[in-house]
Design a protein around this ligand. Structure first.
Ligand code: GRF
Length: 215
């Protein structure tokens, strides 16, 4: 089996990178990480990738186009087939996004299209939603926009603050991202009229209520 060659772009902590790396430890997982690029030297995720022997590089993000040109060279050099944004905090050059159209994915901690952009967990709490969650989607030039591949629903609680809700969502991100990458790597995901179709898709049978019934 040839495994899909994945490049990961990060800016910081890198817990999603670690979740993807953990999934790739299983040699039957259909993808493997061959390149990690960070725009920050001190990104903790970078050190983790280096310690695991993954080809890693820093490209300081001074200018959008220069970053894109250097990233392109690195990713092509490793024959990357899918780019995963994992806590990459910069807006990418539109031409770079187009070049990787439907071959670049992102994870965002909300149920898009709700709460794109910064601090979505805090904004979800401010809006008083009973559910939020996380989304893996193909990347388009607009921030946190593009065909949705997979989502996970996470309940909010009355005593939540940004930190507690973020942690609850993050633990689910670590399941959702490897699942979405697996589906792509298995060749089961395609974009039709800017929406995602998944071969063999199975829907959850249950509806979730928050508060639960009976109260
Ligand atoms: C995650 O919440 C991800 O959804 C968002 O940025 C955060 C990155 O966390 N895009 P980490 O660096 O993967 O730990």
């Amino acid at each position: 089996m040839s495994r899909l060659r994945v490049g990961v772009l990060i800016s910081g902590r890198g817990s999603n990178l670690r979740a993807l790396m953990a999934a790739c430890v299983d040699t039957t997982y259909p993808a493997r990480i061959v390149s990690v690029v960070s725009d920050r030297v001190k990104a903790p995720g970078l050190a983790f990738a280096q310690s695991a022997g993954i080809c890693s590089a820093v490209i300081p993000h001074h200018a959008r186009q220069a970053f894109a040109a250097q990233a392109e060279v690195l990713l092509r050099g490793q024959r990357v087939e899918l780019v995963c944004l994992a806590g990459f905090m910069r807006v990418l050059d539109a031409a770079f996004v187009e070049a990787w159209r439907d071959r670049m994915v992102n994870i965002h901690p909300s149920l898009l299209p709700a709460f794109p952009g910064l601090r979505p967990q805090s904004r979800a709490l401010a809006a008083g939603v009973r559910f939020t969650g996380c989304t893996v989607h193909f990347v388009r030039p607009e921030v946190d926009a593009g065909p949705i591949i997979a989502q996970a629903v996470v309940p909010t609680r009355p005593d939540d603050d940004e930190a507690s809700l973020s942690a609850r969502i993050l633990s689910v991100e670590h399941r959702l991202y490897p699942l979405a990458v697996r589906l792509i790597a298995e060749g089961r995901v395609r974009v039709v009229a800017d929406k995602v179709e998944i071969d063999g898709w199975r829907a959850p049978k249950i509806a979730l209520l928050n508060p639960c019934e009976p109260l």
